[in-house]
Design a protein. Structure first.
Ligand code: ADP
Ligand code: MG
Ligand code: MG
Length: 208
């Protein structure tokens, strides 16, 4: 199973709706560790994504992802707008020329997204950021890139979820959470939660 550009567009519209619905949960997660604005920032980003994707007749998979990233980057502002924008823009560029999204494309997307975020934000695995969901997801995607997309996404979404759970035990090295020191233990990173919801929603789309 593989997704044509228009199916990728529909999948990303579903991701946008899932993040909008999760706004209270994402806001609470960022309230526990940060300044509490992550849910509203993501919601604003996803409304901009919907405005771009709803009328689009995409010619490529890349176009859908790059438009998603650009909409997030320009509407959210701040560090996480640039970082989530990078996830989709760098990930999208990594699937240039591919007619469909399959497990191999997913692996290329996630690897480039991870590298882009690490380069842009300077964080690494273990710093209690979105990277703690993204890195295990990208590693798993590489491992299962020969499998059908639904199986690959099942494994990748589970890896992101496990990474998000593991972020609870980490001490933050970035953002406002850094000032909390050991007090941030027990709470998952908000950005890692967003990454997990996105991948779980992609899985739900390909399963449906
Ligand atoms: P802000 O921190 O500007 O209020 P958000 O609340 O929207 O922005 O996003 C916070 C999330 O951004 C964190 O939970 C973390 O996942 C992610 N983040 C912050 N800084 C970095 C970084 N340098 N690298 C990767 N992710 C980061
Ligand atoms: Mg915040
Ligand atoms: Mg903020």
């Amino acid at each position: 199973m593989e997704l044509k550009p228009n199916q990728v567009r529909l999948m990303m519209l579903q991701v946008a709706d899932a993040i909008i619905v999760a706004e209270p949960m994402l806001s609470q997660a960022d309230r526990d560790l940060g300044d509490g604005d992550h849910g509203l920032g993501m919601k604003r980003g996803m409304e901009a994504v919907k405005a771009q994707l709803e009328p689009m007749e995409p010619a490529s998979v890349e176009q859908v992802f790059v438009a998603t990233g650009t909409a997030m980057m320009t509407s959210m502002g701040g560090a996480s707008g640039a970082l989530f924008g990078t996830v989709y823009r760098a990930g999208g560029k990594a699937v240039t020329g591919r007619e469909v999204l399959d497990a191999e494309g997913l692996a290329l997307f996630l690897q480039a997204a991870l590298e882009g975020v690490m380069k842009r934000g300077g964080a690494k695995p273990g710093d209690k950021t979105m990277i703690d969901a993204l890195a295990p997801a990208a590693d798993k995607a590489k491992e299962v890139s020969g499998q059908p997309l639904v199986e690959a996404l099942t494994a990748v979404a589970a890896a992101a979820e496990a990474g998000k759970e593991a972020s609870k035990a980490m001490i933050a090295q970035f953002g406002r959470a850094k000032t909390l020191g050991e007090a941030c233990i027990g709470f998952p990173d908000a950005g890692a939660l967003s990454v997990t919801i996105m991948l779980q929603t992609m899985l739900a789309f390909v399963k449906a």
